[in-house]
Ligand binder design. Structure first.
Ligand SMILES: NC(=O)c1ccc[n+]([C@@H]2O[C@H](COP(=O)([O-])OP(=O)(O)OC[C@H]3O[C@@H](n4cnc5c(N)ncnc54)[C@H](O)[C@@H]3O)[C@@H](O)[C@H]2O)c1
Length: 324
């Protein structure tokens, strides 16, 4: 089997996972990694017996590769991704695609012009539970998503682009309707203009309401999604890796007219969603398989996230003016 030659640019937490998977897949050859941190380069060069580079320019000049995973901090996605696409390489870019909608559009245009695969690492699209959910739900009237974490590791974007974007992407994939109203609130707990806590209230034209809460200043991890429909309630808990808990409850009326709650509770084994995501990327390159999530979907999620951030900034500016 001809192997797809790949490299990973940015080998921190996520990039290391990408590199590990490429090194283990039969259809790929991990050729090189890029990271400005010398210690990290030495560590991974030795672990995988590959080349390493301090920057992506040297990688593109020196290596014969077909595809790249990009997992640098989000604020660097655009400049590096643009160079990689212009060099004619297929690209799997960690979420979110870029910091701004204009940047995302430019990357998508380049990939279209050059006929390259550009896939964004919206990993929840590869959760078995999320795919099952799409089969189970019909017309939700209320969705609530909570994604809380004590981890403030990401410092170049706020919690909306860091964590809430996952739930934005899930909800926008479930509700087939335009947004009619949006309200956002947030808390800036450190001395930066990046929100650490955000809540959003979305009303859709079809009547569905969605409430989202994301925090990276919580004391514990919570990742939950509740979906309410007239005849059933679905509850998902993602914080018990490698399982996702899915509970579906339906009120059933018995022969005596009494209402009982029928509960279907399952623990779904999510073997390795990132491996699914990467295998899908390779399938698109090698076998032209249909995308799970398009660049329009990526853009739609980023557009909503940016709209929320802009609304928060405006609110914050008003508060600052009042304080003065
Ligand atoms: N899909 C997910 O669930 C998920 C989870 C966490 C992070 N992410 C995304 O992954 C990306 C990386 O996040 P992370 O948590 O791995 O961050 P990280 O800080 O652990 O890793 C970033 C790496 O990029 C390197 N880097 C910095 N500048 C570089 C450059 N110019 N060229 C090459 N490498 C460079 C850093 O040295 C570091 O090793 C972000 O976009 C983030 O949003 C996705």
């Amino acid at each position: 089997m001809k192997k797809t030659r790949v490299a990973v640019v940015g080998v921190g937490v996520m990039g290391h996972y990408h590199a590990n998977i490429y090194a283990s897949l039969p259809q790929t050859k991990l050729v090189a990694i890029v990271d400005p941190r010398l210690e990290r380069r030495i560590e991974l060069e030795t672990a995988y017996n590959i080349n390493s580079y301090q920057n992506h320019h040297d990688l593109l000049k020196n290596e014969n590769i077909e595809a790249v995973s990009l997992a640098t901090p989000t604020s660097l996605h655009f400049e590096i991704a643009k160079d990689i696409l212009l060099a004619g390489k297929h690209l799997l870019i960690e979420k979110p695609i870029a910091s701004t909608v204009a940047q995302a559009r430019e990357l998508i245009n380049i990939s279209n012009e050059k006929d390259l695969i550009l896939q964004v690492g919206h990993i929840t699209r590869f959760y078995k539970a999320i795919r099952l959910l799409k089969e189970k739900i019909n017309k939700p009237y209320l969705i609530e998503a909570r994604r809380l974490s004590p981890n403030g590791r990401i410092v170049d974007v706020g919690v909306i682009l860091d964590l809430m974007i996952h739930d934005i992407d899930i909800i926008m994939g479930l509700v087939d309707s335009e947004i009619s109203e949006l309200n956002v609130s947030g808390q800036f707990l450190k001395d930066t203009d990046l929100e650490d806590v955000a809540t959003a209230h979305i009303e859709f034209e079809n009547g569905c309401i969605a409430n989202l809460l994301a925090s990276r200043a919580a004391s514990d991890v919570q990742r939950e999604l509740d979906i309410f429909e007239k005849d059933q309630t679905l509850h998902l808990n993602f914080s018990q890796a490698p399982y996702t808990e899915l509970i579906i409850q339906r009120p059933i009326t018995d022969n005596f007219g009494e209402i009982h709650l029928q509960t279907d509770s399952r623990k779904i084994l999510e073997e390795n969603p990132l491996k699914e995501e990467i295998s899908h990327f390779l399938g698109r390159i090698r076998d032209n398989t249909e995308p799970i999530g398009t660049t329009d979907d990526d853009l739609r999620s980023l557009e909503l996230a940016r709209r929320m951030i802009d609304m928060l900034k405006q609110k914050q500016n008003k508060k600052d003016i009042i304080k003065k």
